[in-house]
Unconditional design. Structure first.
Length: 263
């Protein structure tokens, strides 16, 4: 039974990946901006880098990217052919999205166990969601903060299958994942871990400047809401801390301040 389930999961995952392939040709724009990739040998190659995902399926940017090198662009042709690259092919890539904003992704080795074990959809649908997250270790994560503490934004992968009463639940779960990415970090090139309110307080403590601001309560995003946590036990309090904290604000306020002022 387990073998059958595993085979089904592989089949559905493979089908989903194939269905998302986009092999359409690309027409050069007059204001074309070049991004770049860093290959496995560390070589930087400039070219047109096209994001594989969008606002509806941001997790697709973590699996693949479309690329055509400058040297392969044939301006005599109306449309250009892309190559599809995945985390086994390159180390990182920089692309410009539909708003011409620069997006930077790096290949990391990380298993999103939080989403893997959060099988909110239940049943086969939930098992496939768990499989999708627990089996993807090498993936592209978006760099949102660079420096001594590097922070990445990482989306969970939704289920590739739902039926019957699971459909509505699966759709709500996918919407949640779309709007609530995880933020993970690496300090000085060390182990990649999930960024939480509690972790943020710990990782900035080696800098007297940041520690002083934390102690004085200068960081609004790290302030505790004692009223809402009144009467709760230590374990529950810790969990509430993480849930209630606004991690994007912590990244913007605290981690940015640390990287700019702590050497």
């Amino acid at each position: 039974m387990k073998k059958v389930l595993l085979l089904s999961l592989f089949t559905l995952t493979s089908f989903n990946a194939y269905a998302q392939e986009d092999n359409t040709d690309y027409e050069l724009r007059t204001d074309e901006k070049y991004g770049y990739i860093i290959d496995k040998g560390g070589k930087k190659v400039e070219g047109i880098v096209r994001l594989n995902g969008d606002a509806m399926n941001p997790w697709s940017n973590q699996k693949k990217v479309k690329f055509v090198a400058v040297s392969d662009i044939d301006k005599s042709k109306k449309k250009q052919k892309f190559k599809t690259l995945d985390p086994d092919d390159i180390k990182e890539y920089v692309a410009f999205d539909e708003n011409n904003e620069e997006r930077h992704f790096e290949m990391i080795k990380y298993t999103n166990t939080k989403e893997g074990f959060n099988t909110a959809t239940g049943g086969l649908s939930g098992n496939i969601k768990a499989f999708n997250n627990l089996t993807k270790t090498n993936q592209f994560a978006e760099v949102v903060q660079n420096g001594k503490i590097k922070v990445y934004k990482l989306y969970g992968y939704p289920t590739t299958f739902s039926a019957g009463g699971q459909i509505e639940v699966a759709e709500k779960e996918t919407e949640r994942m779309r709007n609530s990415p995880s933020y993970i970090y690496s300090k000085k090139g060390g182990k990649i871990e999930e960024l939480t309110l509690a972790k943020a307080k710990i990782i900035i403590a080696d800098c007297s400047y940041a520690k002083g601001k934390l102690t004085s309560g200068s960081y609004a995003s790290l302030k505790n809401d004692e009223k809402k946590r009144s009467g709760l036990g230590r374990l529950i309090k810790s969990q509430i801390d993480d849930v209630m904290s606004n991690v994007p604000e912590i990244v913007e306020e605290v981690i940015t301040d640390y990287n700019e002022n702590c050497k």
